[in-house]
Design a protein around this ligand. Structure first.
Ligand SMILES: Cc1cc2nc3c(=O)[nH]c(=O)nc-3n(C[C@H](O)[C@H](O)[C@H](O)COP(=O)(O)OP(=O)(O)OC[C@H]3O[C@@H](n4cnc5c(N)ncnc54)[C@H](O)[C@@H]3O)c2cc1C
Length: 291
């Protein structure tokens, strides 16, 4: 059975949106194809009438400073993000996350937009973007809208994007400043089954030995990617200490809904390992935030 009938290589955002809307059967965007094509091949996605390939659209591969923010086009690949001096300067947690995704072949084609739009609660790029307070930009029939990254998620594997009308253009991230730092860590099965057992990203601002502000994202800690706001509250304004980290760990255990998953890990293991990842990632971000 054919997994799709028509393949449209879009040359612009408008061209892609027109092709999506006008297809006479089910249609989807494809970027690197590392999620979607496997889902089609393995029967997790119904066969499609039209695939709209967005990998040749120049606007989606921009990576630059715009309006006092770091802009990352949705079509930028993980390999490009990992190697980008701009990303390493302003969003090191994201560079670290992208460097761990798949192997080189996957990272050379897989995109940040695809990582987010696939909507898994523990996608590595997504978790880093959540801690970095990213805003998403979406195009829909000649209009664009900006929204907080976490508003894109509706459930495991389900985004709030309309697959026939919305195209993710990219992400805006606050620029790094003196006194701020970020870090990403994860635990993965050695055979690397695409999604982490647990991943964790931290952004923080410090003054001397005190944490002035902090954002923490943990995946999978619920049906959608989420921030650990109770742990952030526990740390904000505190001196960095073992006691503060312990309070934050306990807050994560109260807020997160860790589950046992058949192919990855038990709930008990995740509850334990999140404490280890939290301590390591906070420490790394705190050291980087030295001004
Ligand atoms: C061997 C292997 C290892 C992997 N390892 C990891 C890993 O370690 N960590 C991890 O997080 N992921 C991993 N993945 C998953 C995957 O590589 C990433 O999620 C990747 O970023 C998806 O991007 P893509 O461009 O390939 O998306 P695609 O497969 O092209 O698209 C995925 C979904 O997003 C939609 N989409 C894509 N771009 C847009 C857009 N601009 N606007 C709207 N919708 C869009 C598509 O319609 C589709 O529904 C792995 C995959 C493989 C095959």
């Amino acid at each position: 059975m054919n997994l799709w009938k028509n393949y449209h290589l879009a040359v612009s955002v408008d061209d892609a949106l027109k092709a999506l809307a006008s297809a006479s059967g089910p249609a989807r965007i494809v970027a690197g194809g590392t999620d979607l094509l496997l889902d089609l091949q393995q029967g997790r996605h119904q066969p499609l009438h039209t695939l709209v390939d967005i990998s040749a659209i120049p606007a989606l591969t921009k990576l630059n400073i715009q309006d006092d923010a770091l802009f990352i086009g949705a079509g930028v690949t993980h390999a490009q993000l990992e190697a980008s001096p701009l990303v390493r300067t302003h969003a090191l947690a994201l560079a670290e996350a992208c460097a761990l995704i798949g192997g080189p072949q996957v990272r050379n084609v897989a995109t940040l937009g695809g990582n987010v739009a696939h909507a898994l609660p523990a996608a590595d790029g997504t978790i880093a973007l959540a801690a970095l307070d990213a805003q998403a930009e979406v195009a829909c029939f000649g209009e664009t809208r900006r929204l907080p990254l976490l508003d894109l998620f509706a459930g495991p594997g389900a985004s709030t994007l309309d697959p026939r009308a919305d195209l993710l253009l990219g992400f805006y991230l606050p620029l790094g400043e003196a006194g701020t730092g970020s870090a990403f860590r994860r635990v993965m099965r050695p055979q690397g089954v695409a999604v982490a057992i647990l991943n964790l990203a931290v952004w923080l601002r410090r003054a001397g030995e005190r944490i002035l502000d902090v954002r923490i994202a943990v995946g999978p800690s619920g049906p959608t990617p989420q921030r650990m706001t109770a742990a952030e509250d526990a740390l904000r304004g505190q001196p960095f200490s073992d006691d503060a980290v312990q309070q934050a760990y306990e807050a994560i255990l109260r807020q997160a809904s860790f589950r046992t998953s058949r192919h990855r890990a038990t709930k008990a293991y995740r509850q334990h390992i999140v404490g280890v990842l939290l301590a390591e990632t906070l420490q790394a971000a705190f050291e980087r935030a030295k001004s």
